[in-house]
Design a protein around this ligand. Sequence first.
Ligand SMILES: [Fe+2]
Ligand SMILES: [Fe+2]
Length: 178
Amino acid sequence: MKPIGPLMVEHRLIERMIVIVKEELKNIDRGKKADPFFIDTYVDFARTYADRCHHGKEEDILFRDLAKKKLSPEHRKTMDELVEEHKYARKTVGELVSAKDRYVQGNMDALKDITTRLAALAEFYPKHIEKEDKRFFFPILDYFTKQEQDAMLQEFWEFDRKLIHEKYQQVVEKLTRK
Ligand SMILES: [Fe+2]
Ligand SMILES: [Fe+2]
């Protein structure tokens, strides 16, 4: 398997989540209310899976190794854009959390902020994924030897192996500090 294999599999799950987010946006529009439990579940997915697990492998391993290569200006530019887009997703998820917190405290104006952030993420991910899948992942594989690709795939598996431990280590740390 090529190292982009697991990343593309992860894209498919993120896309499925975006379909659910779009359905939830319709529910919010119909009922004029948000479901804080749904938002908590989505935020956990966005932070742990889409950001830490998925963007983490892209940035900490693939882009890190790619940055050491002599990239074409076009590939360098696309990689920089992808990193910026990850930052945008992180920021938007943070804004969603703060809107949900205000909503739970009874601020009904926060409902609009919840919908704009959910809609922004639903619009963002398909485009970001298409850019990676269709215009970046395959061409950039050529910068790596077969051996380098195999090593990267191994590092991906190792990254994933540690993730569940990291996640729950943080849960306990956070509760300890309370
Ligand atoms: Fe990405
Ligand atoms: Fe991605």
